[in-house]
Design a protein around this ligand. Structure first.
Ligand SMILES: *[C@@H]1O[C@H](CO)[C@@H](O)[C@H](O)[C@H]1NC(C)=O
Ligand SMILES: *[C@@H]1O[C@H](CO)[C@@H](O)[C@H](O)[C@H]1NC(C)=O
Ligand SMILES: *[C@@H]1O[C@H](CO)[C@@H](O)[C@H](O)[C@H]1NC(C)=O
Length: 405
């Protein structure tokens, strides 16, 4: 048993409670007079054909001296919604009755996100879009030195101011079709449907996929994202222990022995460690990824972030070496306490390695290894304060890309 106190802006996002031997979960509420408008409801999810949570089908409002219990199962997805009261605390005692574990359906793996090689587009596109300071080769060398040291760098004022303003204007104008991304035990945010993008946003997406940008990123990072980029024996790889780790991990795909137990109140299913050790078949795509020298690829999306959005660390994701790129737009008045920042943590450890805060026209580059996990912090209701200073703003946008050598 444990006691939990949720206060304003606290939430426990979608998870299933499953862990060896847990059979019945119970909660005894010790709350002052409460109603749904104060948040803090216990929300229960339905599941789809893969036993993935789909939508909230029941919301229980806590009340004093009320006991709630449910069977822990592969489909017992639930959340504690954000507490919206600034005065009242949601106190409860909760725990589990244990017993022999139930048989469990095989773990579900999401279909891999398609990756593509660069699109042909030459250097001019960089001169057109990017702050000239970043095209200066001397500056690139400095950036690379810092990046190789830190595995991350923040490049402020990355786009030319006029281009950045055009991008923001297009985003603010609306007209882009957004679709919600789930499932809720893994993520909740909106992604732009690319076919609906106005020209300037489509061009911006194309910039991040361009051959010229793959070359520029190679210069910034020392990674080999283009065959023309110098291959740096003993460069990046050494400092990041790249080769060694990928060689020794190649049989288990970097997920075995994952002793990662989510500690953060935001972390997803605590069944992580069990699931990944039970796992037998590597994803088809992972097998492919291990074959010989590969062509550098990327995947990316334009995302919209608002109150209630988040991503979670989850067990069935694969971890591999990758370069993350995020460019933020429309972050006027955004404060870290609203959430929405990207947090990197080491597998099996509680501690944050790095936090990337949304900041106008800032480009974040982060190289992660197989032991690094990331999530976007839940955006809480404090974020509604942004409107007080910027009446036309709710949340922000980012261009989020991942590059693979
Ligand atoms: C962010 O960028 C937009 C577009 O250039 C600009 O209108 C806005 O003032 C910027 N905000 C901040 C805080 O720099
Ligand atoms: C990358 O650096 C090389 C010099 O090492 C330079 O010739 C090239 O123009 C740079 N590429 C980009 C895209 O800036
Ligand atoms: C907010 O939007 C309205 C209508 O689109 C516009 O008239 C107003 O000037 C905007 N306010 C700010 C602070 O940008």
């Amino acid at each position: 048993m444990s006691c939990a106190k949720y206060e304003f802006s606290d939430a426990l996002l979608c998870h299933d409670d499953e862990l060896e031997g847990r059979r019945i979960a119970f909660i005894l509420y010790l709350v002052p007079p409460w109603d749904g408008s104060l948040g803090g409801t216990l929300d229960l999810y339905s599941v789809d054909e893969y036993c993935q949570p789909k939508q909230i089908v029941k919301s229980l409002t806590p009340s004093w001296n009320t006991l709630v219990f449910f069977e822990v199962s592969p489909v017992s997805f639930h959340q504690v919604s954000e507490v919206l009261s600034e005065e009242k605390s949601r106190l409860s005692i909760s725990g589990w009755f244990h017993g022999p574990s139930l048989a469990r359906p095989p773990a579900y793996f999401e279909p891999p996100v398609p990756r593509s090689p660069h699109v042909p587009q030459d250097h001019e596109v960089l001169c057109e879009w990017i702050n000239p300071t970043y095209l200066d080769v001397g500056h690139q060398i400095q950036i690379q030195e810092e990046f190789e040291e830190q595995s991350e760098i923040l490049l402020k004022d990355f786009l030319q101011p006029e281009k950045f303003a055009e991008v923001c204007e297009a985003l603010e104008k609306g007209g882009v079709k957004w679709s919600s991304r789930g499932p809720p035990n893994k993520r909740f945010y909106e992604r732009a449907e690319e076919s609906t993008l106005p020209d300037v946003l489509r061009d911006c997406m194309r910039l991040f996929r361009s051959e010229a940008l793959f070359l520029l990123l190679s210069n910034f990072t020392g990674l080999r994202l283009h065959f023309l980029a110098p291959s740096e024996e003993g460069g990046m790889e050494d400092t990041a222990e790249g080769e060694a780790a990928s060689a020794s991990d190649s049989t288990d795909e970097g997920t075995s022995g994952s002793s990662f137990e989510p500690q953060d109140s935001q972390a997803a299913s605590s069944s992580s460690s069990r699931r990944s050790s039970e796992r037998t078949d590597p994803e088809p795509e992972e097998q492919e990824a291990e074959k010989g020298p590969s062509i550098p690829t990327c995947q990316g999306e334009l995302r919209r972030w608002k109150t209630g959005h988040y991503t979670l660390i989850h067990d069935n994701g694969k971890t591999e070496f990758a370069l993350d790129l995020i460019l933020y737009c429309g972050c006027e008045g955004w404060e870290p306490e609203y959430g929405g920042f990207t947090s990197y943590i080491a597998k099996g450890e509680d501690e944050e390695l790095l936090t990337v805060n949304p900041e106008n026209n800032s480009l974040a580059l982060v190289y992660r290894d197989r032991e690094t996990l990331k999530f976007v912090k839940h955006i809480n209701h404090r974020s509604l304060e942004q409107k007080k200073t910027f009446p036309n703003r709710t949340g922000f946008w980012d261009f989020s890309f991942v590059y693979y050598e």
